[in-house]
Design a protein around this ligand. Structure first.
Ligand code: FES
Ligand code: FES
Length: 211
């Protein structure tokens, strides 16, 4: 993975060791709705489940709520609870990038983030990029540059490109390679995707053509 996506560090504030401790503790706790707070080495830890818990997500500026088990990933919640099916499940193991969404300004693999961890965080999916009935410039650039074939990887690539351009409006070829390094396309549309990013960057500089 060439970009800065970190699927195993979800910013949850507790370590793997603490998580394993908490998991052990949870064995002695009956099925509960909601969460309870436990003490782990002097630190308070919210413990969800193993039953369903109320979860609230903010996606594309809109609030969504559902009762879901803590094991449910952000990708599963988006697709199965909220009918936001733009992010795709392909590898389901933080490898291909088809499930990419933007969380707190950074691209993340939604297959590797738990929905409960995504609470109180601003999430943008490909559905949120439309500007009224107009395509977002990066979506239009994908069309202009023939940057998709079967299209299965495309939503993830579009979101990763958006995150890249938000961070680096004028990316170098190396920036583009790095920024999109976490997305795979089995149809080999990489040249078109790179051209799409360059088109948007050039337009932002007042340019009319891309290289
Ligand atoms: S489905 Fe999430 S990275 Fe492949
Ligand atoms: S367009 Fe088919 S996998 Fe990318």
């Amino acid at each position: 993975m060439g970009d800065d996506r970190e699927p195993l560090d979800h910013g949850s504030g507790f370590s793997r060791r603490e998580f394993l401790k908490a998991s052990g503790i949870s064995l002695s706790i009956p099925l509960v709705i909601g969460h309870r707070v436990i003490d782990v080495g002097g630190a308070e830890l919210k413990l969800y489940g193993p039953g369903k818990a109320p979860v609230e997500l903010t996606v594309n500026g809109k609030r969504y709520t559902a009762e879901i088990e803590p094991r449910v990933t952000l990708l599963e919640a988006l697709r199965h609870e909220f009918d936001l099916t733009g992010a795709k499940r392909v590898c389901d193991r933080a490898t291909c990038g088809a499930c990419t969404v933007i969380m707190e300004g950074k691209p993340v693999y939604s297959c590797s983030v738990l929905a409960i961890e995504a609470q109180a965080k601003a999430i943008t999916t490909v559905e949120g990029l439309l500007q009224g009935d107009k395509l977002h410039p990066i979506q239009q650039a994908f069309v202009d540059n023939d940057a998709q074939q079967c299209g299965f990887c495309t939503p993830g690539f579009v979101v990763a490109c958006k995150a890249l351009l938000d961070k680096k409006p004028n990316p170098s070829p190396e920036d583009i390679r790095q920024g999109l390094g976490g997305n795979l396309c089995r149809c080999g549309t990489y040249a078109g995707v790179r051209a799409a990013v360059t088109q948007v960057a050039m337009a932002g500089k007042g340019g009319t053509r891309y290289g």
